[in-house]
Design a protein around this ligand. Structure first.
Ligand code: SAM
Length: 403
């Protein structure tokens, strides 16, 4: 048996071993029996739906984008996506050096980023662009990011395929890493090409929204955004992660709420997060397992918002009706019809104060996590005599499921 045949047999064996409760997506996007490269050398796996959320219309595929896009196209020959954002391999991990966190390091973003030479790189760019074009709805459009390593090939392939070029956007980074070799200017930009499906397309452009976002002036094709902020990488890092603001700008410019968006090189799922925040539906494809997992993790984390409720209540000793006092949880979410949530922190603290002196007040006693009756019962008699006021401070932190 040849190496490929035995790898395929191994992949089928592993696919058969996938637990039956693994999510599948049988209706529109289920890929065929495609066999794709995993990130582990020599291991092949079938493309599969790795994570989904039907309520929000989010589908993450682990697999090769060419295979998955072909499968989608068999079900949707006239296109299904309103917008595509593609951040393909730039093919720049070829032994050069760069500066990372102040240190000189080799550029090595992963095997997927190694160049196979201009001809094969162009063949690959043409292959995925042709599939993207097929999957766009008649008036849909496509954004592709890149640097000089691939962007000329991408632009040429777009022309060859008959896409309608709309803009060449420059993403300018105000704080780029220094150029260590000192043989060229410091690289501080990336290009984003925007194209419509074909010459007949009446592409969407939310002109007024863009003008409003630019303080009432026409939005230009130079956008200044810093690299992703640290809080965009708390769950894990991708070596070429895009900033969320860039994706939000693109979605706001060229799609509407409820639109269907595709990212064939999903990476850590930045496009997915932007879609969730702006109410777009999303299909993402990624061939490296750890990045699919990172994207799913980011989406899981983004499906909740934290709500903190603080309630402060003051009583004077004269007011104390200890026998009648009940401590009800403040829970802002306890009313019928409130969204699903769970309480991750709840604390009730009583602060006994002496405010008898006009000039100052002092804290006499504090106690945690008890009812007022218990707090009063456990306070030493001497402290009780000094107490003029009791402040109840209640804090609750809730994780609320986003709708
Ligand atoms: C430039 S990165 C995308 C980063 C992403 N925009 C983000 O913000 O995290 C390109 C990604 O495409 C994936 N990739 C490369 N070739 C692929 C293919 N043929 N099919 C699917 N994914 C591929 C790589 O594993 C890599 O994670």
């Amino acid at each position: 048996m040849s190496a490929i045949a035995s790898a395929k047999a191994e992949a089928r064996r592993r696919a058969a071993a996938v637990p039956t409760d693994y999510p599948t997506h049988d209706d529109i996007f289920r890929p065929a029996d495609a066999i794709v490269a995993d990130d582990t050398p020599g291991i092949l796996q079938p493309s599969r739906l790795a994570w989904s959320d039907d309520a929000r219309g989010l589908y993450l595929y682990h697999g090769d984008c060419l295979e998955v896009m072909d499968t989608i196209a068999t079900k949707h020959p006239d296109g299904v996506f309103d917008l595509i954002f593609a951040d393909p391999p730039y093919f720049l991990s070829n032994g050069g050096i760069t500066c990372h966190a102040g240190r000189m390091v080799k550029v090595d973003k992963g095997g997927w980023d190694k160049s196979r030479g201009p001809a094969l790189n162009h063949e690959f760019n043409t292959a995925w662009l042709e599939r993207c074009q097929r999957l766009l709805k008649p008036h849909g459009s496509l954004f592709v990011s890149g640097t000089h390593h691939i962007i000329f090939s991408v632009g040429f392939a777009m022309q060859q395929l008959g896409l309608k070029l709309l803009n060449q956007i420059t993403w300018q980074k105000p704080n780029p890493p220094p150029n260590l070799a000192c043989r060229t200017f410091t690289h501080s930009t990336e290009t984003v090409l925007w194209a419509a499906k074909n010459e007949k397309s009446k592409h969407r452009f939310n002109y007024a929204d863009m003008k409003r976002a630019n303080a009432g002036k026409q939005m230009k094709d130079v956008w200044t955004f810093t690299a992703p902020k640290p809080d965009e990488k708390t769950l894990g890092k991708h070596p070429t992660q895009k900033p969320l603001v860039l994706l939000e700008r693109i979605l706001l410019a060229a799609s509407n709420s409820g639109d269907f968006v595709l990212d064939p090189f999903m990476g850590s799922g930045t496009t997915a997060i932007a879609c969730v925040r702006l109410g777009r539906k999303f299909v993402g494809i990624e061939q490296t397992r750890i990045y699919v997992e990172l994207a799913a993790l980011r989406l899981e984390a983004d499906s909740f918002t934290l709500v903190a409720c603080v309630n402060v209540f003051v009583k004077t000793q004269n007011d104390l009706e200890l026998s009648a006092e009940r401590i009800d949880p403040i829970s802002a979410m306890s009313t019928p019809g409130s969204p699903p949530h769970d309480c991750i922190f709840h604390e009730t603290k009583f602060v006994f104060l002496s405010c008898a002196h006009v000039s100052h007040a002092s804290i006499v006693h504090t106690t945690l996590n008890v009812t007022l009756q218990e707090a009063w019962a456990h306070a030493p008699d001497g402290k009780k005599r000094e107490t003029t006021h009791i402040v109840r401070c209640e804090t609750e932190i809730l994780r609320v499921k986003s709708s």
